[in-house]
Design a protein around this ligand. Structure first.
Ligand SMILES: Nc1ncnc2c1ncn2[C@@H]1O[C@H](COP(=O)(O)OS(=O)(=O)O)[C@@H](OP(=O)(O)O)[C@H]1O
Length: 453
């Protein structure tokens, strides 16, 4: 075995006597699933997830749907998503992950039939505290509050909140809004509405991750998509400096839940369902996989940061402006990272440097870089294309396991011995071809398309 690779850590779990991982051993022979729609919800660790998906897409030469330039780095949020907001050079996509207000029909028009839908939620108390601090200068409902006091807002939310005002979606039931729901459902039928909305969300999304259990959620994601451990390595992004955070005084979490009752309902339901899925996988196996993930992550990060763990830096301290996270206002600090200049000494070569750079690249810059590279690829593929009709393009829905594209190789070599390259007998024995290739032209026609996953 060349470094042991994927095979060795799956075997470790196998020897623990994990029944569900025995089936996973055979499922690890399955090609990786590559058509993924991740609904990027607000203040839920979704930027960390987006970065992971961007890197996966780049390593595997997939296409990521990105917004038209007029929309910036989001799909013209808070407008409801429409497939026409997708940049034509990023069609047809395998992956979509930029902020949007979800619209099931339009997403189905955009994405291949076998797309797996995933999203992420966060506990309402800490999420609302994060929203209140991050959007304190954007959202009028927050701006009106004397001394920017979260306590004052929650004492009398209707005094400050205007449902139809610009940016009001940051001030109440933000998760429900992002998922395409009605954040201001009247109390009279809120319970019935919440029940139906949870059920609809469950029908569409195969996995609802929970920010508090991010690594456990990644274990489920990895199994769902038949991905390898190295596909779910990440560095935490878009964090506030500790000085920008406020601890919640007793009683506040309760008020936050009452004010965001629809979100609280969603969270409770999907938190419980996450734990049911983890239990089904086997708690010992999940714990083991989480440990292996963290170990691999630390090795990767130390490789990038000259043997050390990365220092969190304020934007002003970050020399490389490609790595400075966007700052919502002078009142809140979003931290990021800078790469040491000696990265190449750890792993020689520009590909390793690029891997490290992308691992910590903030959302806005990565979206721009990705749009540039995909536009270039689009123009190179079709230098003489006439605008109409577009040529048929095969859409890859699964990935042959033997495929190695540039940075993918470096990524695997960056892993600890025993978690490294897949050029092992296991990898080479995997099926070489793609399955269920779908062929389509640009956007899909509207109308009933598919069973929801
Ligand atoms: N891996 C992981 N696990 C748990 N929490 C994490 C993780 N990565 C990022 N974060 C925290 O997520 C918050 C940022 O969320 P988003 O990136 O979704 O925000 S944004 O809406 O895109 O601006 C932000 O929370 P706050 O610091 O409380 O604001 C991050 O610290």
């Amino acid at each position: 075995l060349h470094h042991g690779g994927h095979f060795s850590w799956t075997m470790e779990a196998f020897h623990l006597g994990c029944p569900s991982l025995r089936t996973h051993l055979s499922s690890s022979l399955k090609p990786k699933h590559t058509n993924v729609a991740f609904l990027k919800t607000h203040k839920t660790a979704s930027t960390t997830m987006q970065n992971l998906l961007f890197r996966f897409a780049e390593r595997n030469n997939l296409t990521v749907a990105l917004p038209v330039q007029a929309c910036g780095h989001q799909f013209c949020y808070p407008r409801t998503f429409n497939a026409h907001l997708v940049h034509p050079h990023t069609l047809p996509p395998n992956v979509v992950t930029s902020h949007m207000r979800f619209n099931r029909a339009e997403m189905q028009r955009l994405m291949p039939n076998d797309t797996i839908y995933v999203t992420i939620l966060r506990e309402p108390g800490s999420m609302f505290e994060s929203l209140f601090s991050y959007y304190n200068q954007y959202c009028q409902s927050f701006k009106r509050v004397p001394n920017g006091s979260l306590e004052a807002f929650l004492d009398e939310p209707w005094r400050y909140y205007r449902p139809d005002e610009k940016d009001s979606m940051y001030a109440r039931n933000t998760l429900t809004f992002d998922l395409g729901g009605d954040k201001d459902r009247p109390a009279a039928d809120a319970t019935a509405y919440a029940r139906a909305f949870v059920a609809e969300t469950e029908r569409v999304f195969s996995l609802v991750m929970i920010a508090e259990y991010f690594d456990e959620s990644l274990v489920l994601l990895r199994h769902l998509l038949s991905w390898d451990l190295e596909d779910v390595l990440y560095v935490k992004l878009n964090m506030r400096m500790s000085g920008s955070k406020h601890s919640l005084s007793p009683g506040l979490p309760f008020k936050i839940r009452a004010w965001n009752a629809l979100d609280a309902r969603l969270y409770d339901h999907f938190n419980a369902s996450l734990w049911r899925q983890l239990t089904a996988l086997g708690p010992a196996c999940v714990a083991r996989e989480v440990r292996l993930l963290r170990r691999a992550q630390e090795r990767l990060v130390r490789g990038c940061f000259g043997g050390r763990l990365p220092q969190l830096r304020s934007a002003a301290q970050i020399k490389n402006k490609e790595l400075r996270p966007w700052q919502p206002s002078a009142k809140v600090d979003i931290v990021g990272y800078d790469l040491p200049t000696n990265t190449n000494a750890t792993w020689p070569g520009s590909l390793a440097h690029e891997l490290c750079l992308k691992l910590i690249m903030p959302e806005v810059q990565y979206t721009r870089v990705l749009l540039r590279s995909q536009s270039l690829r689009y123009r190179r593929s079709y230098p003489l294309r006439s605008p109409q009709p577009q040529p048929q393009q095969p859409v890859r829905s699964v990935l042959p396991r033997h495929q190695q594209v540039g940075i993918q190789q470096i990524h695997r070599e960056a892993l600890p011995p025993g978690l490294g390259p897949a050029s092992s007998p296991t990898a080479t024995s995997r099926p070489a071809g793609t399955q269920s290739r779908a062929t389509r032209v640009g956007l899909r026609p509207s109308g009933p398309q598919r069973q929801t996953p």
